[in-house]
Design a protein around this ligand. Structure first.
Ligand code: SAH
Length: 369
């Protein structure tokens, strides 16, 4: 199985130029004043970006045309260019491949449901966690994304939904999940900053409810505790994938550093601090982690650690090209669900949006690299 090294510190790559979404309100005012503009322009620009979802100063009609080029240069460098879009599920799922200024590739996926629209975003280009069943994990880590590169994936999707560019007519982006490329807690500061900007009310944020944002992690226990201490009410998802350390050491290599007991302890702390149920992600892999005894053990361990404060999300494995692994047969999956529930733990199977567009974590970027 995987022998890739774990990478916690991103390679020293140049980060993109500063963007409005990298700044807090005071910093933005400073830049505006440096540009020789009256301070009120700061709120106006923030309202354009976070409120009207406009990222191009040429479209900011309340901004004098003469200052637009300077504002564009200092606050709105072009961060992400959509180089490919693919849709499936009758247009209800759309995946975008983005190219950042330095050529780095990243992905986001928009999924529309009758009652909500969820955007899956990337927090890093690539990933250093080396999980062997994950396409992104196999490609390694290129670099961290900047705060603005994370926020702008959300702004762009919210704008497309509002403008009716997604099948189903005009709508509102309601949910954001950090389940695209990267390990969000390995890019902690920028991810946290992005979460605040995604959830703050306009004019200084996109106004999405904290409860509708999910941060998914391989289980960096100290970072989970740190996140708990931020006092947010975002949902934490932990990618457990098996209840025993022996197998988890190979499926999620970071388990060698923070084993299951420590991860569940940190998850318990998060549930306690936030009052939010923790999600446990479990990619069901045929004959690897789908045995009845593992379902029993999973249910037992989770109930002991978290009681009613946990929910298991089973994800039928989306096979990556060249891998010998596959999803479990339906009867095996059903039995797994039944056994987890029998231990008193909520358990559902995630729908499998985007299979035919290679929407499994990192697949589109891998194909285009
Ligand atoms: N690094 C974070 C978030 C990214 S992936 C994390 O690991 O949680 C989001 C979820 O998709 C994780 O649970 C991950 O394990 C899972 N995943 C990755 N590749 C997959 C695949 N091929 N099939 C099913 N789930 C996969």
């Amino acid at each position: 199985m995987s022998s890739l090294p774990l990478v916690f510190d991103a390679p020293k790559r140049r980060m993109p130029p500063r963007h409005l979404a990298d700044l807090d309100a005071a910093q933005l005012r400073e830049v505006v004043v440096e540009l020789g503009l009256p301070a009120f322009r700061a709120d106006q620009l923030a309202r354009q970006y976070y409120g009207r979802l406009v990222a191009d100063p040429d479209q900011m009609t309340d901004l004098p045309a003469s200052v637009r080029p300077a504002v564009a240069e200092k606050l709105f460098p072009k961060l992400l260019d959509p180089i490919k879009q693919v849709a499936c599920d009758d247009g209800d799922t759309r995946k975008t491949l983005w190219r950042a200024g330095d050529g780095t590739l990243l992905e986001s996926v928009l999924m529309r449901y009758p009652d909500r629209a969820t955007l899956c975003i990337s927090s890093q280009a690539g990933c250093g966690m080396a999980c062997p069943f994950c396409a992104t994990g196999q490609a390694g880590l290129t670099r961290n994304l900047s705060t603005a590169e994370i926020v702008d994936q959300v702004r762009a999707a919210a704008a497309d939904l509002r403008d009716g560019e997604i099948h189903g007519g005009a709508g509102r982006l309601s949910n954001v999940v950090f389940m695209g490329m990267g390990e969000p807690l390995a890019n902690y500061k920028r991810v946290l900053d992005a979460v605040r900007k995604i959830t703050s009310p306009a004019p200084h944020g996109l106004g999405i409810s904290q409860r509708s944002v999910t941060v998914s992690t391989v289980g960096l226990a100290p970072a989970i505790r740190k996140l708990a201490d931020e006092g947010l009410s975002v949902t934490l998802a932990v990618s457990l994938h098996t209840p025993d350390d022996e197998l988890r050491d190979t499926l999620v290599p970071v388990n060698n550093r923070w084993p299951i007991a420590e991860v569940l302890d940190a998850a318990k702390y998060y549930a306690h601090k936030s009052g939010r149920r923790v999600s446990i992600e479990y990619a069901l892999i045929r004959d690897v982690n789908d045995q009845p005894w593992r379902a029993d053990l999973l249910g037992k361990k989770l109930f002991k650690a978290l009681g009613q404060m946990v929910h298991v999300n089973l994800i039928p494995l989306n096979p990556t090209p060249g891998s010998e692994w596959d999803a479990s047969p339906k009867p095996v999956e059903n039995e797994f669900v039944r056994r987890v529930r029998a231990q008193g733990v909520a358990c559902t199977v995630r729908d499998t949006r985007g299979r035919e567009i290679a929407a499994a974590c990192g697949q589109l970027a891998a194909e285009n690299a």
